[in-house]
Design a protein around this ligand. Structure first.
Ligand code: NAP
Length: 453
């Protein structure tokens, strides 16, 4: 497994994949750890999670640099990502006990019952490279605090991040086996899911990987949470603060250099304010300055791998060939390079990749809507349903429309962003289940009914 700097192409480090025997040993170690971990009072597990947050805060620069070097994110974003991981550790350390407290149920015949929350055991987490720390911590913080143990199969291009995350838990004093990183390819996942000691799986990744993992887990009757792709709408109505919307739209598209599941990807603008929006949006995108990922002043650096940059460019090229308007001209990546300049495309039709497919990088698809109804229809004309951003100054209209949008979240007059306090997840091909907040900590718990006769 190779750790390669996508900005320079330099090989940073090479790792030997774990063998089948090592994977089996890790599962056994995880199971042993689980048997005592689940017996600890939740307050003790929470104390350790708080320490994990502290380890992250104490090493923000070190971990931020690993992220930037390994997947090309600019250092300012990498450091914020590490800090956000500390936040989610602290959030569950402070709130898990209350969230998982027994819940009494009063029955009409005077009898009593309650719900108690028990952990399940080993949960396998298959994670992507785009937020290589955040995606893992938002799984690990609730689950470990709740008494489950974690096995991580991280994306193959971020092995240093995988090992660094294991180090965080070790340094915080977690017992051995409670969190382990496996350096393995995706072809090894099915056997792990089938292992009797592995009780559930969570994937953040592509639709294709989701189909495979859900099928493998379904075969074994094991629960999954799937956080998959998105092609999130960013809807600007004629009564919106258009300038502010355009500035936020650019941020929403450019964050993580466009490689975010909840990045705004389809910009749907009511016709009366379309031209005004485009002027501000284009200049806001152009204001992002490229540079080295380790340069604090760089607005963006490169994509996470050269093949991803080329794949994105091919989606752009195919859309242009079918007649898409080029509102902002980007660049074609050089062979073997992960650098691309942002594009804005307009006049899109359903046969174009920029209309239908997820564009996982700095390319914005812009649509002109005749009215509100058409704007909502375009927003919902997608296989995905993760997050949506809606801009209007009319709160009543916002309330009505937010219910009509087919997505797991609607952010009004704001870009979509994850936050420990807010449930996160999708519908349609964006997956199922929720992470974060109280919903997230309960996904991999046995919600056990206890009835007192
Ligand atoms: P990906 O190819 O699906 O990879 C994600 C993870 O799944 C990696 O660890 C990968 O391992 C593994 N994987 C791939 N195919 C697999 C298979 N057949 N069986 C088992 N594991 C498999 O996704 P990506 O292109 O790296 O990541 C981008 C995608 O993730 C986008 O679609 C994005 O929208 C989505 N995403 C969703 C969320 C969300 O919360 N909804 C958040 C972030 C990203 P290898 O690296 O070894 O192939």
């Amino acid at each position: 497994m190779k750790s390669i700097n996508p900005y320079t192409g330099e090989l940073l480090e090479e790792f030997t994949d774990h063998t089948e025997q090592q994977v089996e040993a890790a599962i056994q170690k995880g199971q042993e750890a689980y048997l005592s971990w689940r017996e600890l009072p939740i307050s003790q597990r929470a104390d350790l999670m708080k320490k994990a947050g502290q380890v992250l805060r104490d090493n923000t620069d070190k971990y931020g640099k690993i992220i930037s070097l390994e997947m090309g994110k600019v250092i300012t974003e990498s450091k914020s990502e590490v800090e956000k991981c500390a936040w989610v550790c602290e959030y569950y350390a402070e709130n898990a006990e209350e969230m998982l407290a027994d819940a009494p149920i009063a029955l009409p015949d005077g009898k009593e019952a309650k719900v108690v929350y028990n952990p399940l055991g080993i949960v396998l987490a298959v994670m992507p490279w785009n937020f290589p720390f955040w995606q893992v911590f938002r799984f690990a913080a609730p689950n470990l605090t709740a008494g489950n143990v974690g096995l991580l199969k991280h994306a193959s291009n971020v092995p240093q991040c995988a090992l660094a995350i294991e180090e965080v838990f070790t340094q915080a004093g977690f017992p051995e086996g409670v969190f382990q990183s496996l350096l393995i390819g995706s072809d090894k996942v099915a056997n792990i899911i089938a292992h009797p000691d592995v009780k559930a799986a969570t994937l953040t990744g592509s639709e294709k990987a989701g189909q495979k993992i859900a099928a493998q887990a379904g075969e074994q009757i094991k629960k999954t949470v799937l956080e998959l792709g998105g092609s999130d709408p960013f809807i600007v109505l004629k009564d919106a603060d258009v300038k502010e919307a355009a500035k936020t739209a650019a941020k929403g598209r450019m964050i993580n250099f466009g490689q975010s599941c909840i990045a705004a990807k389809r910009f749907i603008i009511e016709q009366e304010v379309y031209d005004e929006f485009i002027t501000h949006f284009k200049s806001a995108i152009e204001s992002y300055v490229p540079g080295d990922p380790l340069d604090e002043k760089a607005g963006y650096a490169c994509m996470a791998r050269p093949d991803l940059a080329m794949e994105l460019y091919e989606q752009v090229e195919a859309s242009i060939q079918k007649g898409a308007e080029v509102i902002l001209e980007g660049t074609k990546p050089e062979k073997g390079k992960a650098f691309i300049k942002p594009y804005i495309l307009g006049k899109l039709t359903p046969d174009m990749p920029a209309y239908r497919e997820e564009l996982f990088g700095p390319v914005a698809s812009v649509f002109k809507a005749n009215d509100v109804d058409e704007a909502i229809a375009i927003a919902n004309d997608s296989a995905f349903g993760l997050g949506a951003s809606l801009w209007t100054q009319d709160p009543q209209k916002a309330d009505i429309l937010s219910r009509k949008i087919e997505s797991g979240a609607v952010f009004i007059n704001s870009m979509v962003a994850s936050n420990p306090y807010l449930p996160f997840g999708g519908i349609k091909k964006s997956g199922y289940g929720r992470e974060l907040a109280e919903n997230g900590i309960k996904e991999f718990m046995n919600i056990k009914t206890v009835y007192l006769g």
